[in-house]
Design a protein. Structure first.
Length: 386
């Protein structure tokens, strides 16, 4: 059966969409840049929330698999100041559901584990690997979308193309000229493996969940992973291209020296030890779509979901709203019928754009709070008053 819908990108959003369409017997094809499932890069941990991500997984028939592999014990956040003093710890509020599975709260799951759950639920012949989209055009005769890939392949004939291709979406350009803007901060990521001499020290201080050490413009975030390692993110306020010009991550010692002498000077020595022992650095500059110019008029035959639609600064909602987008889009397609797919998209975008703009503004507010001059004390006070 010929695919009605093309999905660009095999991340959590695209795969959730694919799984939901599969359950509704709506033909689709997923196009992914990576060569295979084995080469698909998935890192970090995600918290999946009841009314968004968990709901989408229930509708996808995958909640049991998720609940069994989620780390409910890591639904915990701890706030410290930059001297290492514990200021506040909050534990999740999951409960036992009627089906005997835990529900609610914000349980963690490795991105790779979630991806594998979704991938295994989709017919593999409906995923096309090694296809990196370079642009989307429209057929001159019937204005249907045409996909152009870097390998020279051109594919058309779809009723709808859904861009779930992340922050730097190629599909987005067919809908709006708005582009992501640098937000002024960059995360430098490293990892503490279970074999590290520091692992016990981190475990004793952090334990389960995520810990945030906050001190004005710079921050340190430590999060436990499914393999019992810890990812550490050194958040620095710096120009957009600071990494690669003023900081060379390929020179670990120089990177450590700069972090210690500039960004984390005056921090507790046990926290600075995390920097002294760090290696294999990666950078994650933070970008967002500008809230003031966010939105577009619906374009027949194409839409966006997830970060491609409403890229924001980190606030814990990104993957959850992406999965909600997938659920809402499929719901609208089912309600209107595939023969009225453009009407379905208009209805979907009406609600998605509202929550997307709210999401972007919430990310901005969270970032302002996380970089407050009074550090973690200001964050704890704000959460207590909310």
């Amino acid at each position: 059966m010929k695919s009605v819908i093309a999905i660009i990108g095999a991340g959590p959003c695209g795969l959730t969409l694919a799984r939901l369409l599969h359950r509704k017997n709506i033909p689709f094809t997923v196009y992914e840049n990576e060569e295979s499932a084995a080469s698909l890069v998935s890192s970090g941990s995600l918290d999946i929330r009841k009314e968004t991500g968990q709901l989408a997984l229930r509708e996808a028939g995958l909640y049991n698999a998720f609940a069994q592999k989620a780390r409910w014990e890591d639904d915990r956040v701890t706030f410290f100041d930059h001297y290492g003093e514990l200021l506040h710890r909050a534990t999740g509020e999951a409960e036992d559901g009627e089906d005997g599975l835990k529900t609610g709260g914000k349980p963690e799951i490795d991105r790779r584990t979630l991806r594998d759950i979704l991938l295994e639920s989709i017919p593999q012949n409906q995923i096309v690997w090694s296809h990196r989209l370079t642009k989307l055009s429209f057929d001159g005769d019937n204005s249907s979308p045409v996909l152009h890939f870097s390998n020279g392949n051109t594919v058309g004939g779809f009723s709808l193309v859904v861009g779930t291709d992340g922050a730097w979406s190629k599909v987005r350009a067919a809908i709006t000229s708005t582009k992501p803007q640098y937000a002024g901060s960059t995360f430098i990521e490293t990892r503490i493996q279970e074999s590290s001499l520091l692992h016990k020290t981190v475990t004793d201080k952090i334990g389960h969940g995520i810990a945030l050490f906050l001190a004005g413009p710079n921050r340190m975030i430590i999060q436990r992973q499914g393999d019992n390692s810890y990812r550490i993110y050194f958040g620095i306020t710096a120009p957009e291209h600071f990494v690669g010009t003023s900081m060379d991550l390929n020179n670990p010692q120089a990177t450590r020296d700069m972090l210690l002498s500039s960004f984390f000077k005056g921090w507790a020595e046990d926290l600075r030890d995390y920097i002294r022992n760090a290696e294999n650095f990666r950078s994650w500059p933070l970008y967002q779509l500008p809230a003031e110019s966010f939105g577009w008029n619906s374009v027949p035959g194409v839409t966006l979901a997830g970060d491609a639609a409403h890229l924001s600064l980190p606030n814990g909602e990104g993957v959850n709203l992406a999965m909600k987008d997938a659920l809402e889009l499929v719901t609208k397609i089912e309600e209107n019928g595939v023969e009225h797919i453009n009407k379905a998209v208009e209805e979907y975008e009406r609600d998605m754009l509202k929550r997307g703009k709210y999401h972007i503004k919430a990310g901005e507010e969270m970032d302002r709070l996380m970089t407050h001059p009074k550090g973690a004390k200001a964050v704890v006070k704000a959460f207590a008053e909310s």
